[in-house]
Write a protein that binds this ligand. Sequence first.
Ligand SMILES: C=Cc1ccc(O)cc1
Length: 192
Amino acid sequence: MANLNNMNKKFHTLDDFVGTHFIYTYDNGWEYEWYCKNDHTVDYRIHGGMVAGRWVKDQEAHINLLTDGVYKIAWTEPTGTDVALDFVPNEHKLNGTIFFPKWVQDHPEITVCYQNEHIDLMHKSREKYETYPKMVVPEFAKITYIGNAGINNEQAIAEAPYEGMTDDIRNGNYFDENYHIIKKDGHSYIEK
Ligand SMILES: C=Cc1ccc(O)cc1
């Protein structure tokens, strides 16, 4: 058991941000977990909201330092969903805007999966169903966890979300001191 929640971390440079793992709750109640895997890649897991249960690895993203301790991340997904995040981690907050195509709003369950194994289905669905009007979700979020997962840590986001997972992470019951998953009965995990 290791308490890796580093809410007092101070951010200045891009290097301070890359390799950091966050959990946050949007003001609409949606809880997300997001990992800046390297300077052009993100992984994430969705714990609450319209597409709770969805998780994604190796999403290409634009990751930029705007000014001291302020970061902008933007990407477009195989579903056609676009995302722009502005992190102000020293104030434990961010602003996220998600632009969902109409089909994700109409059929969110199609996207609730480990997306990496269903890229074809995402591409087929975005052609088959409607794109417009898009559903825009602009929200502030409060950061509840900051962890130094390190760059290209494949264990940070490595299994489907489960009830209580974010509490396990925040309470230090999920990762060991090397930021590897602690093996637990009843939960799948990826071998070290
Ligand atoms: C749709 C993905 C997504 C990932 C992180 C976040 O904060 C908002 C949206």
